[in-house]
Ligand binder design. Sequence first.
Ligand code: BGC
Length: 886
Amino acid sequence: MLKVAKLKCEYLENPIGIGEIRPRFGWIIESDIKNVMQKTFRLQVATDDSFVAPLWDTGVVNSSESAHIEYDGPPLMPSTRYFYRVKITDNHGQESPWSDTGFFETALLDVSQWKARFISPEDSSAGKSSKGKFLRHEFTLDGEITFARVYVTALGMYELYINGKRVGDDLFTPGWTSYKKRLQYQTYDVTNLLKNGVNAVGAVVGCGWYKGDLAGWLGRRNVYGSQTALLLQMLVRYVDGREQIVVTDETWKASDSPILYSEIYHGEIYDARLEQPGWNMPGFDDSNWHSVEVVEYDMSTLTPQDGLPVRRQEMIKPISMFMTPKGERVIDFGQNIAGWVKFTVKGNPGDKVVLKHAEVLDAAGNFYTENLRSAKQRIEYILKGGETETFEPHFTFQGFRYVMIEEYPGEPSLDAFTAVVIHSDMEPTGSFSCSNELINQLQHNILWGLKGNFIDVPTDCPQRDERLGWTGDAQVFIRTACFLMNTAPFFKKWLRDLKADQLEDGGVPYVIPDVLGGSMGNDKLIQQDHSSAGWGDAAVICPWTIYLCYGDKRILKEQYESMKGWVEYIRAHAQNGVLWNTGFHFGDWLALDAKEGSYFGATPNDLVATAFYAYSTELLVRAAKILGKEKDAEEYSRLHANIVKAFQDEFFTPSGRLAVRTQTAHILALMFNLVPDQHRARTIDTLIALLNENGGHLTTGFLGTPYFCHVLSQNGKLDAAYSLLLKDDYPSWLYQVKKGATTVWEHWDGIKPDGSMWSADMNSFNHYAYGAIGDWLYRVVAGLDTDPDMPGYKRILIRPQPGGGLTYAEAQFTSVYGKIAVKWSIEGDNMIVDVTVPPNTTAHVTLPRALAETVNADDISFINCPGGAEAEIGSGNYRFVYPYKK
Ligand code: BGC
């Protein structure tokens, strides 16, 4: 049996509205035998699913590639559905049948196709308004419809309806991009929502990121504009071949809506008494609605949606309701999430439901909202009265585990409340578990860090008045994120914004989309508005990581100039082009070796900055080689060597002492290969000494922490890495787990051992940065990694590294080639390792503490290697059993 399954186009199953002119295809191979490699493939793309006259037929291609096959046929037409199918042969002489048929559909492809105008329900004095506004329009269709698509976007956020039905289930559309440069529009198939005769289209528009409050501590608002607006173009094709378009223009009408107020940080006020039944249906009397204003907007910014929409993902029922000592009635959902509460209520017109949201309770058990800073996270619903009413907010989300019911008519019952979890609609790809329940809870918390913060952009946190695309946090967490869910399309979009917002001199804003640029003047802490070491490096580390984890070369190609721009920015600001000792830096942010009350760790900026400079330059060299840019590769290799030398001259004494005695200094020097070879052992010993001096605890912040365990396990100190991981008193990963955390905290001491809180200034309980340890759990504890030379897990490196008293660990990961699994368990004196290698990949397996001749492994022969035994295997399921030397 040989089968081609799970066809994907641009990582998605049957996407519509794509903007790629050369979309890429991928598939999974299924087979019931071992050692399967694809030998040839044949791919057809056609405009109808009979494939009688394919538009593009690759013919039989000798290739083992089954991911990222680029379309190379005649130019694609806009607003067109294309079908595709694949068949393959393998190395055993088997031939698959044609796969099931997949499809993709193009968007408008060319700005000149837009006939619609942006229309606003507001005027230019509406900057302060946070209302949701209605827009509506009726139109007539005459004939049988075969194809109807709506292309739609907004300045602000929109929800769209046709003939009373909600179009799609995406949230917060059009998503958040660098609006002045890139404004996404969405494409929806509305064929089934339309009818012959009179139809109505309606939209609700709210502030969103476009004009609402942003960066609350700086009091920013109207960052992109002060007027919400809608742009919509509907294309209708009739059976008889006629086409008709419906567009937003000055004939549309507008009205206030029941949404009196909706702001991302602050929540929503909704007066159900103001509902206008039928407003989005044909025949509604809109004679008292007002006219709209046509507004100008640069149409060249329009781009088809290139990320993943935010959607509702999970529903969570509360676990309890209780009264706090202060007398607050609080619901506990048992999990810190990003989303909102959906509730039902019955009462009289004008009765209210008022909810507030918080992540934690304070030491006394009261509702704690101080860490939200200016974010109100408050929902107010005013009942229309009568039948049971159900409510969910529209243009806001909250970060919370606890909900305080401030008002509610009658006795609230628990089953009236459900938490709705929202995030970008990424495919879950990874799982990890082991014999230690605290580690499993940590893993759970890491996953929820991703769920709570991958909301169209990778945010720092989902609760306080921030929720911004902090580059440093994203860079730190991306490798872990790539295990948990397929984040390639998510980062593709965000990196396009990074590139768009990058400064001309290559500088990288702190947050992407950049909403801080030019506005940091009033900030107490930060004196610059772009280009901190460890933050700006996201420009290089993120595309590189996506390439590694998905084998996606195109992201390197797309981002290459941006990557290079960042390295050049540093070169221009570094002493002699090599030692980066200028500018403002966040440094090893939140490290515990900081001065009392400070956020800046003790490791000096010039060390941190030069270390990251070296690392980014090294990755740039690798990217240049992969893209065949030989001259760049040479040039930046030389630069890299010079940076390393400058680092060593500056920070290592001739006898090999690293002059900065902090954990992070030693970690970065080791991780980025900045240590003179002859002094490696000493550097590691000093790192261990620094650990021991601190009772085996870390003192590291955002930049040192992610690499700590890696540096130890890579340098023969696996035991030390495990004891660091398994520490459960303050400060440690498991300390917060033991304190009941359900997500990862921003601070090691978010809640201190005595129950008091770190300063409310900056104390998020859902910040994924320290969750970067997840990567070590997958790659080292379970031992599931990719060969960087055959990225995307085309060649898998399986190398479990048991320790810490664990008796088993297992990880699964759905790669672009299919499911990979590793499980090891120690049973009695034996080690059992179960492995799944997907077809069309190979794996290099290293069994720890094994003697090759004692491995029971069916037909695989192992050879001895340092630390154990190794073998190269093909696809299939395997079990290896051997006596485990203690
Ligand atoms: C954010 C961080 C971010 C940092 C920059 C904070 O306010 O929450 O996670 O990286 O500022 O130092």
